[in-house]
Design a binder for this molecule. Structure first.
Ligand code: SAH
Length: 352
């Protein structure tokens, strides 16, 4: 198998060009073909000499993701089940909103973190995605858009834990954000969500300007450790100390995600403890009413209950949004992404 050119960083490719005695500007040309014009063959790269195009084709492949299934929700959300070269599957979700078009992408096949309420957790970790596979989700989803539309926002909130696949995720972020040879999405419009891996959070905030979201889901160590085993490694104290010390620019805030589970973490007392915990952190809170899926006993609280929880937080002066479930009729909402299992069960039923 030839190496996939999209797994090379810009610097790697410049080094390759130097070895082949090619001018350095070729790197920009080829990268623009790959990420701006979404070329699928070297033959398309008409501003590169024919001989060198052949050389590239001999040395590299250009990856694609196969669309294994596409599901359209009544609310406009589209879920893609992409098949990778090794036949594993991942999911990406396109979410149209009034002024933006957001793509939610995966960074791993499955996940190792075992959050009690999450569908992806049931798969366990199968493997990390490579940078090319992370980027290809954006390139392939873009092919379904008409000329006048482009993906404006990216959230790393699909399957997997992005900070547990740090190097490949960072490489992919460079391609997403570069506006000379990359996809050119502003880092402000990219949000990375994490279970709270403290050392990697610090590193990410040093190395990029992307927006940070942290899955909190509980305001005490006892409850958080039950819901999110990672809390036994990085306690709430460590996590909050880290957040308070982050070099977040003045206009920016950390987003804390809090999935509301009926009778588990949704009482008035929970809301007050959450507000106390976040005292002094420049942040906003995203409440996510639990999205049900097979294989869990958790339930979503009533809408009025969610509003009551929100009001308590607001009374502390906190900025709180309630995330509207998008695409829940096609199991594309937060925590419902479970590519492999969907494939297996459908295969068994003969629908593939
Ligand atoms: N591993 C990262 C990225 C996944 S983001 C993280 O945990 O942050 C997905 C978000 O949806 C996380 O906040 C996750 O906790 C939340 N989530 C998971 N399962 C859910 C469910 N069934 N209903 C609502 N939100 C869920």
């Amino acid at each position: 198998m030839k190496p996939n050119i999209k797994d090379l960083s810009y610097n790697d490719f410049e080094a390759y060009l130097l070895e082949r005695k090619q001018p350095a500007y070729r790197a920009r040309q080829v990268w623009q073909w790959l990420y701006q014009k979404r070329a699928i063959s070297f033959a398309e790269m008409t501003n590169v000499s024919g001989a060198f195009r052949e050389q590239l084709a001999a040395d590299f492949s250009i990856s694609r993701l196969a669309v294994e299934r596409r599901a359209d929700s009544a609310d406009g959300t589209v879920k893609f089940l992409f098949r990778l070269a090794d036949d594993r599957s991942i999911e990406s979700v396109l979410i149209p909103e009034t002024n933006r078009l957001t793509l939610c992408i995966s960074t791993q096949v499955g996940c190792a973190f075992g959050c009690a309420f999450c569908a992806t957790a049931l798969l366990g970790l199968k493997r990390n995605l490579r940078a090319g596979e992370i980027i290809d989700q954006i390139l392939e989803a873009s092919r379904f858009l008409t000329e006048d539309r482009r993906i404006s926002n990216v959230v790393l909130m699909g399957m997997g834990e992005p900070l547990a696949n740090y190097a490949q995720t960072l490489k992919a972020l460079r391609v997403m954000t570069d506006n000379c040879w990359g996809i050119g999405i502003s880092p402000r419009r990219i949000t990375l969500s994490t279970v709270g891996l403290v050392p990697q959070i610090r590193k990410l905030m040093d190395e990029t300007n992307v927006s940070l979201a942290i899955s909190l889901h509980a305001a005490t160590d006892e409850l958080r450790s039950q819901l999110m085993p990672v809390n036994r490694k990085y306690s709430l104290r460590q996590l909050m100390d880290c957040c308070r010390a982050l070099p977040i620019p003045r206009r920016k805030r950390i987003t804390f995600e809090y999935v509301l589970l009926r009778g588990v973490n949704d009482s008035a007392a929970d809301a007050h403890s959450l507000a106390e915990l976040l005292r002094g952190v420049r942040c906003k809170i995203n409440l996510i009413p639990f999205n049900p899926h097979q294989g869990t006993h958790y339930q979503r609280p009533e809408t009025e209950h969610v509003e009551g929880f929100q009001q308590i937080l607001s009374s502390y002066g906190l900025q709180v949004n309630v995330r509207r479930p998008r695409g829940d009729d096609i199991a594309a909402a937060c925590g419902q992404l479970q590519g492999e299992t969907i494939k297996e069960t459908e295969g068994a039923a003969g629908h593939c």
